[in-house]
Design a protein around this ligand. Structure first.
Ligand code: FAD
Length: 281
């Protein structure tokens, strides 16, 4: 299936129909981070330069012999009437898309349990998943004097994609909470963007370490832009700190809770929107 070019106006991409894509290869970046590189006709026409854009990945359930994809209607996806055919849906971020080789890379956090994490741990060439998106406007960071990134393993796909494509003279800091030293790796980034790796992400409450680290940074408030993603309490606490204590405005931030301890994506999906709504007000 060839994906039509759906860039209707500059920077805007109308979400294409969900389509199958295939694993070409995998790279274990660290103990708890797996890069999966996809290819296939379903990727042709995928927009370039959309690092960190959200995509949906659809996984065949254990009892299903075949992956059944929905049809996208202007009002949303139309699923097969037989609920037993509905796949599991999870949200991921573009690490990179290489049009020349038609390769989409996504970095998966490997955690204890979960459909997507387990799938990524065992992914092998030839495996097929469904792809939904991307859509909307290209998530490019605005030109800024200073970029602050904060997140955990789940944020590394989008964060890594953005860091690798910032202008070479960009300045800033990335604060990353991971399980332990075995999860540290060299991030491709401009020389003046520093990185702090913090450990203990598997322990509830560890998110406060990210706030403490940011408190110790000398942040230039003028023309700062922040990108925050990861477990809900990490995003909420860092956002509150930046907004209430330092006066960083909503326009200066991307802040999205990616997951919540103790809830799977099906249970968290609606709650995430409530949290984001509350954050905006
Ligand atoms: C916009 C957006 C972009 C995202 N991009 C990425 C991405 O590029 N890479 C990525 O790895 N994740 C990303 N996520 C997060 C990912 O969608 C969730 O972590 C998702 O729950 C993983 O699905 P799962 O099937 O593995 O686990 P689920 O079945 O959803 O959850 C099972 C259990 O694992 C816990 N859990 C879920 N995620 C994690 C985690 N990261 N660490 C520890 N425990 C966890 C849950 O709380 C639950 O108890 C993104 C989320 C959003 C909203």
């Amino acid at each position: 299936m060839h994906m039509p070019n759906t860039e209707t106006k500059p920077g805007f991409f109308k979400p294409p129909q969900p389509r199958p894509i295939t694993v070409r290869r995998t790279i274990r970046i660290t103990e708890h981070l797996q890069r999966v590189i996809f290819t296939g006709d379903g990727l042709k026409g995928f927009p370039e330069g959309w690092e960190s854009a959200h995509i949906k990945l659809l996984f065949k359930k254990e009892h299903q012999t075949q992956l059944t994809l929905p049809t996208l209607d202007p009002k949303g996806p139309i699923w097969p009437e037989d609920q037993a055919l509905k796949p599991d849906v999870r949200v991921y971020s573009v690490r990179s898309y290489d049009a020349q080789n038609n390769e989409l890379a996504v970095d998966f956090a490997l955690h204890e349990q979960g459909v997507a994490s387990t799938w990524a741990r065992h992914a092998k060439p030839g495996d097929i998943v469904g792809l939904g998106g991307p859509g909307g406007y290209c998530p490019k960071p605005p030109a800024s004097d200073y970029y602050l990134f904060a997140g955990d393993l789940s944020a590394l796909s989008g964060m890594g994609g953005l860091l690798a494509t910032l202008p070479t003279d960009a300045a800033g800091h990335a604060v990353i909470l991971v399980p332990g030293p075995e999860d540290v790796f060299e991030l491709d980034r401009p020389d003046n963007v520093r990185v702090s790796w913090l450990y203990g992400s598997e322990t509830p409450g560890s998110e406060a370490k990210v706030v403490s680290e940011i408190q110790n940074l000398e942040l230039p408030m003028r023309n700062l832009w922040a990108w925050l993603a990861g477990e809900q309490s990490l995003v909420v606490q860092v956002r509150e700190h930046l907004k209430d204590r330092l006066g960083v405005t909503s326009q200066q931030m991307y802040a999205t809770p990616f997951w919540k301890r103790g809830l799977d994506e099906d249970a968290y999906h609606d709650a995430r929107h409530d949290v984001m709504h509350a954050l905006e007000n």
